[in-house]
Design a protein around this ligand. Structure first.
Ligand SMILES: Nc1ncnc2c1ncn2[C@@H]1O[C@H](COP(=O)(O)OP(=O)(O)OP(=O)(O)O)[C@@H](O)[C@H]1O
Ligand SMILES: [Mg+2]
Length: 247
């Protein structure tokens, strides 16, 4: 079982869009996927039409001593894709992690019982660099950072890389261009600079209303726009990631 995390210190860069669409692409290869929504905002939970609440005990029950993931997991409308939904109790995740001890190891310690049930766990992280995110990244094989190609996004990339490389058990760090607006010269120039980095994938997700429509459609792009450029881009991104996850 591999763990792929969509994370960034920056908010609103396409983490959830990548997590949901990549999870859906993975199921097409017969990969059994669990999407774990770690963001109290619950965007991934919403997009996958799951109810915005955890089972009894909420976040405390989830990560506290004796906590288990399985009772919280729900099926989605995408065959082969399950979701571990979020709810607002996750806003206290850091406190609950602290209470249980060894907080940075805690989220990873909850995964082994799911080994036989899933091939891939996709973590949709909230923005920031909290204890909860550090705990998630410690359990992660591949960290995927969506980057909107602007100067400040480059700064965030460097900062996040520092957070990750400072630790002993570190995930593979990868970025991809997100919400790319080809009409803007600054974005084209920045994307070209990003493309020179070894840790930046070749696939760029275009800025397109198809991705925005995931909100009203409450589905991955492939479900309602299978022939769109967005679907092709997420498929391409998944093709790029597969050999890096299972090397
Ligand atoms: N490629 C894209 N083209 C156009 N709009 C996009 C694209 N990707 C994401 N969006 C839109 O931008 C907004 C933020 O996207 P998303 O929720 O995926 O970002 P996020 O990084 O998960 O945000 P947060 O930090 O709040 O969790 C959403 O309204 C989404 O529909
Ligand atoms: Mg999000």
């Amino acid at each position: 079982m591999k763990v792929l995390a969509a994370a960034s210190i920056k908010g609103g860069v396409g983490k959830t869009a990548s997590a949901v669409n990549l999870a859906a692409e993975a199921t097409r290869d017969g990969v059994r996927v669990l999407l774990w929504d770690l963001d109290p905002q619950g965007s991934a939970t919403y997009l996958l039409r799951a109810e915005h609440h955890l089972a009894r005990g909420g976040a405390r029950g989830l990560v506290g001593s004796g906590g288990e993931l399985a009772p919280h997991i729900r099926a989605t409308s995408v065959p082969g894709l399950h979701v571990l939904p979020s709810d607002l109790s996750l806003r206290y995740l850091d406190r609950h992690l602290d209470d249980v001890g060894r907080p940075r190891r805690r989220l990873g310690a909850l995964l082994p019982p799911l080994e036989g049930a899933y091939d891939l766990v996709v973590l949709d992280c909230p923005p920031g660099a909290s204890l909860g995110i550090e705990s998630a990244l410690r359990a992660t094989d591949v960290l995927l950072v969506p980057v909107v190609p602007t100067t400040l996004a480059m700064l965030t990339l460097t900062q996040l890389e520092e957070v990750v490389t400072a630790r002993r058990r570190r995930p593979r760090f990868l970025a991809h261009v997100s919400m790319f607006d080809r009409r803007k010269k600054l974005q084209r120039d920045t994307a070209a600079m990003l493309a020179e980095r070894r840790d930046v994938l070749a696939t760029m997700i275009p800025n397109t209303t198809v991705v925005e429509r995931m909100g009203p459609e409450r589905a991955p792009v492939r479900t309602f726009a299978p022939r769109s450029a967005a679907t092709a881009a997420y498929e391409h991104l998944w093709r790029e990631l597969t050999p890096l996850l299972w090397r």
